[in-house]
Design a protein around this ligand. Structure first.
Ligand code: PRX
Length: 637
């Protein structure tokens, strides 16, 4: 498969970019014409950012899995679609060709059908990184069910909240998941979640860890037994359901500045075109390359650049079950060496953590297959960029710094490997079709170069989120009200003298901890659930490995044990309510919080103190009790 829309030099990029702005509809229609549609669209784009509504390729009929699987079967049926590397390097890896993956997806569609799943139903997927996770995702897409994958690090309560929000009546899970030397009891977590979700009709459980599980009669079935039933039926075909371009493909929950995660909805047509286009162009994928994206499919990066982008491009996608540091910190490099990986796409936090182990784990590993390196999820610092460049890329692999979000579906601002210029710590230039705008606090557009402001996007692209599930007003409010007529990203950004963009981090109350998005309000809600807690305020602070750490100021009146036990209790509460990923790194007990007379917590001050700033805390005269600041400063951890 070759890609007629692959940009191969800087001039072509400039031409493509210009066309994408002058004639966006013509630009995207040309690209979309290279995909398989059951019926061509009637209208390329309809949009309104004031009363938010966006529709791409209206009237078009397709199924994304026909583009990801069926259309490759003729020429590329025997080509590896997924290479799976297990957690334990001693365990045998698996390779699924496009034909095998197709067969398994069809089979699992029949399993879903036999269990009552229909087009439009919401299916929650809570699994480890095994090939069956990709199979479950694709089977949902093939039958038109809306998948909602939940990362394995979320707690029962988080799952229950998401199941309620999406009214998901079906769950697919594993008995457990292997992660490094840990075994995560996924089914048991699901069981806890389902106590609150009696509306769930079926749970399909894959065997992975042989962790003991309780299977509830009538509700829980084993994946393997259900496959056997389909085999007994003679493995019937399952033709892909015909979907409208604008039918929802999936929901993915993400944190915002309010306490409740939002169900970001992506639709089939636009998402397919944009993830494929950005996959092919950002990474400069060449047929035959092995693409290794280290993200989890529980996050958008995994959806777009392990599953849909690569598979729609007929690529070979490597799926890794484990973690970078187990059995040792050379795990990524062993995998690159073993499979002759060509493209490695990971997060700055992983790079920083691996840097900490020195060069020992890199020595002796053959990394010469690598052609392109990528980073995503958070700003990369210069030191990590240089380490990655020198020790992994050996100075000969372009690094693409891809800025994007769950809501954007695919990468938005990034250099294209070896094609457009790169600059350390800069995401550089927008993808064709993306029109970034920097705004000041008052909504004035900052023109020209060498300016910093809030990053907005002024024109829709095919994979922009369509809504937040079940609450369109929330979507309008969250993304389209701060700067009317623009999509507001929540990020701060600098545009340098060349017009290159550098993302500086969130400007709202969202933290980025190890590349995971966590709302401060969510963490506060969880801390406040603890019986001894009166009130809390959570801020981020710079953390060498995680990028940001979670700093919690807590008013505590509990009597159970000493401070250290109280901290552990609070941490456990957060783990229970959200998941281990949201555990505070530091908890400082305080007698009060700096509040204005109207009762608003002045987080700016708390943030500065957490960052280690003691002097310039800004104006504290509007505080109800300025004395509290002194106390907090003195008690800083
Ligand atoms: O703050 C930006 C940061 O991650 C946020 C999006 O998080 P999420 O929806 O979880 O998606 C992460 C993977 C696409 C953004 O608002 N971010 C993402 N990529 C970068 C980044 N910050 C700086 N540089 C990046 N390359």
């Amino acid at each position: 498969m070759s890609y007629p829309y692959q940009i191969t030099n800087y001039d072509q990029y400039k031409t493509a970019y210009k066309k994408s702005v002058d004639d966006p509809e013509g630009f995207w229609a040309d690209i979309a014409s290279h995909f398989y549609w059951r019926k061509r669209w009637d209208k390329v784009l309809e949009w309104d950012f004031s009363d938010y509504n966006v529709k791409w390729f209206q009237g078009g009929k397709l199924n994304i899995t026909e583009n990801c699987l069926d259309r490759h079967l003729g020429m590329m049926g025997n080509k590896p679609a997924i290479i799976w590397e297990p957690n334990d390097p001693e365990e045998h890896h698996r390779i699924l060709t496009y034909r095998e993956l197709h067969t398994k997806v069809v089979q699992f569609c029949n399993v879903l059908k036999n269990n009552g799943v229909k087009k439009g139903d919401r299916v929650c997927i809570y699994m480890g990184m095994v090939p069956e996770l990709a199979i479950a995702v694709l089977a949902c897409a093939r039958m038109g069910a809306i998948h909602s994958v939940i990362f394995g690090g979320f707690s029962a309560q988080s799952i229950a909240d998401r199941l309620w929000d999406a009214n998901a009546e079906y769950v697919i899970t594993c008995d457990g998941a292997f992660r490094g030397n840990k075994e995560i009891p996924l089914k048991s977590v699901i069981d806890d979640a389902l106590i609150q979700c009696r509306f769930v009709k079926k749970t399909i459980v894959l065997t992975r860890t042989r962790t003991p599980v309780s299977m509830i009669k009538g509700r829980d079935v084993w994946w393997e037994d259900e496959i056997k039933k389909v085999e007994t039926m003679g493995n019937p075909d399952f033709p892909a359901e015909e979907m409208d371009a604008e039918d929802p493909l999936f929901i993915l929950y993400t944190s915002g500045s309010t306490g409740k995660p939002k169900g970001v909805v992506h639709t089939a047509g636009g998402y397919m075109i944009y993830t494929n286009y950005t996959f092919v162009n950002t990474f400069q994928y060449q047929p035959g390359d092995i693409h290794f994206c280290t993200a989890d499919i529980g996050w958008i990066t995994g959806h777009s650049y392990i599953v849909y982008g690569p598979l729609s491009a007929g690529a070979t996608s490597l799926l890794f079950e484990g973690i970078p540091t187990w059995p040792d910190a050379g795990r990524f490099w062993d995998i690159v060496d073993k499979y002759k990986v060509n493209v490695l796409y990971t997060a700055p936090t992983a790079i920083r953590s691996l840097m900490g182990f020195g060069l020992g784990p890199v020595h002796g590993k053959h990394l010469d297959s690598l052609k392109v390196l990528g980073t995503v999820g958070e700003p990369i610092n210069e030191e990590a960029w240089n380490w990655y460049n020198e020790n992994i890329g050996k100075g000969r692999c372009p690094i693409v710094d891809t800025w994007w979000q769950t809501e954007t579906g695919g990468c938005m601002i990034s250099n294209m490997a070896g094609v457009t210029p790169s600059k350390p710590t800069y995401a550089t230039l927008p993808m064709p079709g993306i029109q970034p705008v920097l705004m000041d606090e008052n909504g004035k557009i900052l023109e020209g170069n060498d300016v910093s402001g809030n990053l907005c996007i002024k024109f829709p692209w095919p994979s922009i989120l369509r809504t937040t599930y079940g609450d369109h007003d929330r979507c309008k409010q969250n993304y389209f009200s701060a700067y009317p007529g623009y999509y507001f990203t929540g990020d701060g950004c600098h545009r340098d003298e060349h017009g290159f963009y550098r993302i500086t981090g969130r400007v709202d109350d969202v933290l980025n901890v190890s590349g995971h998005r966590i709302g401060t309000a969510e963490v506060e809600n969880a801390i406040n659930m603890h019986a001894g807690v009166v009130e809390s305020a959570v801020v981020g602070y710079p953390h060498d490995i995680k990028g940001q750490g979670i700093y919690a100021y807590v008013i505590y009146t509990g009597t159970h044990g000493d401070e250290s036990l109280a901290r552990q209790d609070i941490t456990l509460t957060v783990s229970r309510i959200i998941g281990p990923i949201a555990k505070p790194d530091r908890i400082q007990f305080v007698s009060g919080l700096p509040k204005t007379r109207s009762g608003k917590i002045m987080r700016r001050i708390l943030r500065k103190i957490a960052e280690g700033e003691t002097e310039n805390l800004g104006d504290t005269s509007t505080l109800l009790d300025p004395g509290i600041v002194e106390e907090i400063k003195n008690g800083k951890l």
